[in-house]
Design a protein around this ligand. Structure first.
Ligand code: NAD
Ligand code: MG
Length: 393
């Protein structure tokens, strides 16, 4: 049976790995639509490679370029918000959601259709609007399959027992580029150093989130929504080799874990599987050749974003939405060399404490979440010049 597939974020790191998986199984997938942000040439290329029926670019200004790049191919195309929604409306039984950041929330939410499967890479959707998003998915009978490697591993491990018997679900972190750096050195780190991930090759935003360990914090919140586990039953373990991705410790002391070489094609293939698993022609894990695996506790003093994320998960309500919004603005400013590395956590902390005094119920709808997101972003944007000024002095 062939699966029909739509890919949101088709030109990104996850999108490209997804195209590789699909092309290795040409007869098992039919690609309906592909969606990209603003690169018309790259989107046209992936649409042709995959033989997609429709290509949509979020940036309206690049619509003409996309049209030209696809002329004569018979591939339908469009640009702007309505074109992205048209792509999502195409009749696909699986939608792989890999737009980066909160920009992915509205299209991913629009992709929730009865009986569909969402292969979810866009963790920010769940951090921003987790309860509302999951409630809609449940109501519509949408299956959410995690693509994030740790959650994909946990998904397997959790299948070995009942939720009530889970003592701890642990996600691992490679530790990012600054795992062994002293705080004083991290404080001076530039964008290039923060983007040099030792294990994974990824998009720019998640790269910075991996350097601050905010990525692991966002993943705790993601795990909370995906698996219905409260913060007390979730934990992070640093594991530089990135072979063990997730572990579940059960009430009888047994531990079930998910292992694989660090290649996103493995969890992507798993999230796209049909009746059985796909056959992937990738290097196999050879534990004897690796010999040793190492683990350590995360250092929340050098990586304060992790404790901030834990705190907002504990506080609940709209706090994760607020943290996520502030983090995106701070990461953008860091990538533009406007603020320093530890300004990211300071700015996030400052916005979280500004909003924490209020009554902050969890957003009941995705629209509510986007409203809170907007407000928190504006507050964070207003703070950037303060940090930027201090950086210049
Ligand atoms: P990326 O930056 O490489 O790609 C992002 C994609 O989203 C691109 O196709 C871009 O054109 C598109 N895009 C950006 N803004 C858009 C918009 N407003 N509308 C439509 N499309 C838009 O990012 P990535 O590394 O592929 O990550 C994508 C998502 O997957 C993120 O949420 C990330 O946290 C998650 N993820 C990535 C990895 C990884 O290894 N890269 C691992 C786990 C989870
Ligand atoms: Mg991950």
């Amino acid at each position: 049976m062939t699966r029909s597939l739509t890919i949101l974020g088709a030109t990104g790191s996850i999108g490209r790995s997804t195209a590789d998986v699909v092309l290795a199984h040409r007869d098992e997938f039919r690609v309906e639509a592909v969606v990209g942000g603003r690169d018309a040439t790259a989107l046209a290329k992936v649409a042709r490679r995959l033989g997609a029926k429709f290509a949509a670019l979020a940036d309206e200004r690049e619509g003409e370029a996309l049209k030209q790049a696809l002329s004569g191919t018979g591939i339908g195309n469009g640009a702007g918000h309505s074109a992205v929604l048209e792509a999502v409306e195409h009749d696909a039984d699986t939608v792989l959601a890999a737009i980066s950041g909160t920009a992915g929330l509205a299209p991913t939410h629009a992709a929730l259709k009865p009986g569909r499967r969402i292969a979810l890479a866009n963790k920010e959707s769940l951090v921003c609007a987790g309860s509302a998003f999951m409630a809609d998915a449940r109501r519509l009978g949408v299956e959410i399959m995690p693509v994030d490697s740790e959650h994909n591993a946990l998904d397997h491990a959790l299948a070995a027992g009942l939720n009530r018997d889970v003592e701890k679900a642990v996600i691992t972190a490679s530790g990012g580029p600054f795992r062994t750096w002293a705080r004083e050195r991290i404080a001076k780190a530039n964008t290039k150093e923060a983007s040099a991930h030792p294990v994974w090759s990824m998009g720019s935003k998640i790269n910075i989130d991996s350097a601050t360990l905010m990525n692991k914090g966002l993943e705790l919140i993601e795990a909370h929504h995906l698996f219905d586990l409260e913060v007390e039953r979730l934990d992070v373990l640093v594991h530089p080799e990135a072979i063990v991705h997730g572990l579940v410790q059960w009430s009888d002391g047994a531990v079930t874990s998910g292992l694989a070489l660090p290649d996103m094609k493995v969890p992507i293939a798993n999230a796209l599987r049909n009746q059985g698993r796909l056959k992937m022609n990738l290097p196999r894990l050879d534990l004897a050749a690796i010999g040793r695996l190492s683990f350590e506790r995360p250092d929340e003093e050098r990586f304060p974003c992790l404790s901030l994320a834990k705190a907002v998960l504990k506080a609940g309500g709209a706090m994760p939405t607020i943290l996520n919004a502030a983090n995106e603005i701070a990461v953008e400013a860091f990538m533009a060399d406007r603020i320093k590395f530890y300004d990211i956590s300071e700015l996030v902390e400052s916005i979280c404490s500004t909003f924490s005094g209020r009554n902050n119920p969890a957003p009941a709808t995705v629209a509510d979440a986007l409203g809170i997101d907007h407000e928190a972003r504006q507050a964070a944007r207003r703070l950037i010049p303060v940090y930027a000024e201090a950086t210049r002095l």
